[in-house]
Structures are given as structure tokens and as C-alpha cells.
Design a protein around this ligand. Structure first.
Ligand code: ATP
Ligand code: MG
Length: 407
């Protein structure tokens, strides 16, 4: 629209101005021709008229091209025929002048030529005004279109922004819900695991105590009674040797029961505390597995509470079990550190190291249980990679939880 109407209109107006300019030149020439004081004959203006005519014809041709779009056939016809009539009159006047009829020619100029000239001038002026008006209208329409487009762009932008904001809000909300649910689930799972561990621990200690106290007592009593009964039987009789055999069986069962009881829950832990338990346990692991364990104790020892002690002992058990089963090495280091603020247990090996792939959930529950035990004591469990390769399991318990003096 901008191109078709506004630009064409401008070019058309330029041609109309050119025509107006030519008409002015003709008006001046006519004025001079009618001026009686001019010494030249009328034919002297013929060349000037010819020049103007060529320019006018060209201007009119161009103007008609640009004006095609919005001008009626009558309008075009009118300008063209007025022009032809005007030039016919000019030709006639110069013909009269050539024949020496200067006075008649002048009166023709005054009577018909000036009137025709004025009519063409008016028509051109009207076309110019029309062009201006339609250009203004077009400009207004273009502005309206731009306004409309601008409004639509704003509406579209606002709608998009609102859409983005709503989607984001929805996503944030559902993410929050999802995370809250995950958190609850994870808390519940952890709670369950810790309950199971505590239950298992109290059950094991109960069974261990029953085995040790009940069956231990009974077996000891049976052994003693068998010993006494043997004394009443004569030597070298089959009954005597049977009695001895049964007595040996009772003794070995008693030993088995004791070591089973010890394995389930070391009585020594309750009776002598964590440090003594480790002093007994570590050499026994060395004996059973053939792994060389360097055990270091540092810091100023404090008494470790029974609950904390059993969890620390279980973590050590599991960590050393893992070294035996997975690390593919014959050496390990155990460090127990007492400090002002915490109790730390470290189990280090320079074996194959934990491959993340093999430590994925579902394979074993040793590491998970170690973590849960650490959490039960408000502590932390870290798996580190020493620079020599292998694994360090580090359990850290806050002192007030380790010594049982919770504030
Ligand atoms: N000290 C270690 N050296 C090398 N790999 C280890 C070590 N400790 C654990 N791993 C790896 O991590 C995995 C997970 O250990 P985790 O104790 O959780 O399970 P597990 O020992 O396989 O089974 P579970 O302890 O339940 O009997 C092990 O399967 C093993 O591949
Ligand atoms: Mg394990």
C-alpha cells in the first residue's frame, strides 16, 4: 500500500509540478507576446513554445503512467483533450503571425489561448490537491495499520509472557510437590532402616545373651555332672569312655555356643567397652582372614556409650568384611581417633577401590547400613580415595553422641 499509493502519488505530484512549471513559462511568454512594447514579432516565441511543448508532452506521458491507479478515464481524457486543443490554438496563432496578421493573432491569444491556459492550470492544480488528499488518507491508513499491527504484537507478546509465566509456575509447583514427596519417602525409608537396625541389634544382643547365659549355664552344668558321674564308674569300662566322649561333645558345643554368642553380639563390648573390644577383635580378624591390620589409637580416650559402641563395632566389622571380600589386598589400616569434638574411626586399604558401578543400589546393603548407623548417631560416613589407591571408610561421631552425654 505504501508503495502503490504513497510513492506513486509523490511521483505523480512531481510530474504535475513540472507541468505547472511549464504552464508558468507559457504564461510568461504569453504575457510578453501581448506586451506592445516588445520589439520582436510573435514568431520569435515559436522556438520557446516548441521547447516547452516537448517537455510538457513528456511530463504528461509520465504523469499518466503514475496516475493510472486512481484517476477516472474522464479526468485523463479531459487533461489530454484540453492540452490538444491548447496546442491547436497555439499552432493557429503562430500560423496567423506568420501570415503577418499579428493583431488578429494577439487577440486570439487574449480571447481563447489565455482561457484555455487558465483551464489547464486549474485542472492541474485540482489534481495536485487530490493527490495531496489521497496521500494524506493513505498515510493515515498506513498509520492505522501500523497501530493495529503494533497492538497485535503487544497482545501476542503479553499472551506469550503469560503463557511462559503460567507454565513456569506450574512446573515450579509440581517440582516442589515432587521434591517434598521424595523427601518424605527418603525420610521414611531412612527411619525404617534405622528402626530395623536397632531392632536387629537388640534381637542379636538378646539371643547372644540367651545363648551365653542360658545354654552356656546348662552345658556347663551338664559337663560338670558328666564329670562327676564318670568318677563313680570304674576305669576302662565302655560306660566310662562313653561318658568321656559325651563330655567332650558337650565341651565343644559349649565352645561353639560361646563363639556364636560372641559373634552375634560381643559380650566384651558391654563389659569392657569399645577399646578392649577392638583390641580383641582386630587380632581375631587377622587370624581368621590372614590380612595384616595396623591398628592405631590416638587422642585422649573417653568412655564410649554402649549404643554408640555397638554401631561403631558393626561399621568396623562391615568395613573389614568388605576389605576381605572386595579389595583384593592383604593389608589394612584401622585408626581410632578421640578428639575434643568427635570420635573418628577410619578403615583404609590400598586395594582395588570402590567402583561406582559396582556400588550401585541393589547389590549389597553394607554401605547403606553403615550410613544409617552413622545417621543414628548424628554422625557421618564418608568413602574416600587415598592417593595410593583403594578405599578409606571414615566414620565420624560427634563427641556428645559417642560418650552418651547428649545435651
Ligand atoms: N574396600 C573395598 N574395596 C573395593 N570394593 C569395595 C570395598 N568396599 C565395598 N566395595 C564395593 O562396593 C560394593 C558395595 O558394598 P556393600 O558392602 O554395600 O555390599 P556387599 O559387600 O557387596 O554386600 P553386603 O555388604 O550387603 O554383604 C561391593 O559390592 C564392592 O564392589
Ligand atoms: Mg559389604
Amino acid at each position: 500500500m505504501q508503495h502503490d499509493l504513497v510513492d506513486r502519488n509523490r511521483r505523480d505530484s512531481l510530474q504535475l509540478l513540472r507541468i505547472q512549471n511549464d504552464l508558468n513559462a507559457i504564461a510568461l511568454a504569453m504575457r510578453d507576446m501581448l506586451d506592445n512594447e516588445e520589439p520582436y514579432p510573435l514568431t520569435a516565441w515559436s522556438a520557446q513554445f516548441q521547447r516547452v511543448r516537448t517537455d510538457l508532452t513528456d511530463a504528461l506521458r509520465l504523469e499518466e503512467q503514475f496516475a493510472v491507479a486512481h484517476r477516472t478515464p474522464e479526468q485523463r481524457q479531459y487533461l489530454a483533450s484540453s492540452m490538444t486543443q491548447f496546442w491547436d490554438a497555439v499552432d493557429r496563432i503562430f500560423a496567423l503571425a506568420q501570415q503577418g496578421k499579428e493583431t488578429e493573432a494577439r487577440s486570439q491569444i487574449r480571447l481563447s489561448l489565455q482561457a484555455r491556459h487558465a483551464a489547464i492550470g486549474t485542472a492541474v492544480a485540482r489534481l495536485l490537491v487530490e493527490n495531496n488528499e489521497s496521500e494524506e488518507q493513505a498515510a493515515m491508513q498506513v498509520t492505522q495499520i501500523y497501530d493495529r499491527v503494533q497492538r497485535q504484537v503487544y497482545i501476542f507478546l503479553a499472551a506469550t509472557l503469560i503463557g511462559i509465566a503460567l507454565t513456569s509456575l506450574y512446573l515450579i509447583r509440581s517440582n516442589r510437590q515432587l521434591f517434598a514427596r521424595l523427601e518424605t519417602l527418603s525420610e521414611q525409608r531412612s527411619e525404617l532402616a534405622q528402626k530395623l537396625i536397632s531392632m536387629q541389634e537388640s534381637m542379636l544382643s538378646h539371643i547372644s545373651r540367651e545363648l551365653h547365659d542360658e545354654f552356656g549355664q546348662i552345658l556347663t552344668a551338664i559337663g560338670a555332672m558328666l564329670g562327676r558321674a564318670g568318677k563313680h564308674v570304674q576305669e576302662d569300662t565302655p560306660l566310662r569312655s562313653d561318658l568321656r566322649e559325651v563330655q567332650e561333645i558337650v565341651q565343644s558345643t559349649l565352645n561353639n555356643v560361646r563363639s556364636l554368642s560372641q559373634a552375634l553380639h560381643p559380650v566384651i563390648l558391654d563389659e569392657a567397652g569399645l577399646e578392649s573390644t577392638l583390641d580383641w577383635y582386630i587380632p581375631s580378624v587377622e587370624r581368621q582372614t590372614g590380612i595384616v591390620i595396623s591398628y592405631e589409637k590416638s587422642g585422649v580416650p573417653f568412655k564410649v556409650d554402649g549404643t554408640a559402641a555397638i554401631h561403631i563395632y558393626r561399621v568396623l566389622q562391615e568395613a573389614l568384611n568388605n576389605v576381605t571380600r572386595h579389595a583384593a589386598t592383604r593389608q589394612a589400616w584401622v585408626r581410632l581417633r578421640f578428639s575434643e569434638t568427635a570420635l573418628e574411626l577410619e578403615v583404609e586399604d590400598h586395594g582395588s577401590g570402590i567402583v561406582t558401578q559396582s556400588a550401585k543400589p541393589g547389590k549389597g546393603i553394607g554401605l547403606v547400613a553403615m550410613r544409617e548407623r552413622a545417621e543414628l548417631l548424628d554422625g557421618s560416613l564418608d568413602l574416600l580415595n587415598p592417593k595410593e589407591g583403594g578405599t578409606v571408610v571414615r566414620l565420624r561421631i560427634p563427641r556428645e553422641r559417642a560418650d552418651g552425654h547428649v545435651s
